[in-house]
Write a protein that binds this ligand. Structure first.
Ligand code: ADP
Length: 355
């Protein structure tokens, strides 16, 4: 059941065998109640201190991609019913954001929630045809790096910033009075099947990985935004719905060591910090029903403006690495998520405590 417009799920990835060969990197994460894979609480031990947090759901290292999808499939469904939906993955690099969102293509059970969501949407839209519904789906995929938008489906040379710049593309964001977002010059593709979207996702991934070598691990330093616009028309009842599904793999939230970060790296980190804190400010301010919501403080929040306010639905995954070496970052991520989560009922929730 939805309690409010924003929910936060926490997911802890397993200890990776190629990282943990010494045995010194044991997990510092524990769960206050014994559950198979799904609970609500999470505890971290750091320097003999215990930090406890509560979220809408906490998936432990045993949760499968299917276990996670079962818990979000209703939310995905609501995009077909005409809602604007955003699902974010937040966390430090290596915590499992991309695994959660995209997963691995093989074996099939490792598919992430983007392919699973799309499968469900296409399947359900077909079933609804028998009730007179006809759907039009349009996909776009972009990346925000250092506050600059990059089209991942650009027909030009894949992955090239230069190519985009040479064509003097602006990617200016505009919102129309109907709550639709337009990004000038952004490629939007009509899609009719899961096969077509899968192809586009591959193209985007390729475009991202080209950028990655050019731009120094860029993909973990940029936000990936997948958008599916859904327009449904019912010929017998003359009903119309317009839903949007945004699936967002955020840039790694890790802080840089204070010393030694200069130049591009420093600029990147400042841009990421700015947009991630802008995101939490926006969510917080919406929940508190403030008159002024600072959407314009970052490209990401401005882009998603119509999908964050109003009667839209937002879910944030906070992804956690279980190793002791990551405990500092994990606590930061959980605090960020706790701030977002406390918005659910408009006032800070007491159960999100730090002891
Ligand atoms: P991020 O996107 O946050 O940088 P990744 O999704 O790339 O992190 O995850 C880092 C590594 O951990 C990858 O090799 C990924 O396959 C693996 N991994 C992450 N989460 C899980 C999980 N729940 N189960 C198994 N492997 C995982």
């Amino acid at each position: 059941e939805l309690k409010g417009n924003i929910r936060v799920f926490c997911r802890v990835r397993p200890v990776l065998s190629d990282v943990d060969c010494s045995g010194t990197e044991g997990p510092v994460v524990s769960y206050p109640t014994s559950v198979e894979f799904l609970g609500r609480g999470i505890d971290l031990m750091h320097n003999v201190q215990k930090y406890s947090f509560t979220f809408d759901k906490v998936f432990n290292h045993e949760a499968s991609q299917e276990d996670v999808f079962v818990e979000i499939s209703q939310l995905v469904q609501s995009a077909l019913d005409g809602y604007k939906v955003c699902i974010f993955a937040y966390g430090q690099t290596g915590s499992g954001k991309t695994y959660t969102m995209m997963g691995k293509p093989e074996p099939l059970e490792q598919k992430g929630l983007i392919p699973r969501s799309l499968e469900q949407i296409f399947q359900t839209s077909q079933l609804l045809q028998s009730q007179g519904w006809k759907y039009k789906m349009q996909a776009s995929m972009l990346e925000i790096y250092n506050e600059t938008i990059r089209d991942l489906l650009s027909p030009g040379r894949p992955g090239s910033f230069d190519a985009n710049a040479a064509l003097s593309k602006q990617y200016a964001i505009k919102h129309d009075p109907n709550g639709n977002t337009h990004v000038s010059d952004l490629t939007i593709v009509d899609v009719c099947s899961i096969k077509e979207v899968s192809f586009l996702l591959q193209q985007a991934a390729q475009s991202r990985s080209v950028g990655k070598t050019q731009m120094n691990e860029q993909s973990s330093r940029s936000h990936f935004v997948f958008t599916l616009r859904i327009t449904g028309v019912n010929e017998s009842t003359e009903q119309q719905v317009q839903g949007v599904l945004n699936l967002i793999d955020l840039a790694g939230s890790e802080r840089l060591a204070k010393s030694g970060s200069t130049g591009d790296r420093l600029k990147e980190t400042q841009a990421i910090n700015k947009s991630l804190s802008a995101l939490s400010d926006v969510i917080f301010s919406i929940a508190k029903k403030e008159d002024h919501v600072p959407f314009r403080n970052s490209k990401l929040t401005y882009l998603l403006q119509p999908c964050l306010g109003g009667d839209s639905k937002t879910l944030m995954f906070v992804n956690i690495s279980p190793e002791s070496s990551s405990v500092g970052e994990s606590i930061c991520s959980l605090r960020f998520a706790a701030r977002v989560n406390s918005c659910e009922i408009g006032i800070p929730r007491r159960q999100t405590q730090m002891r």
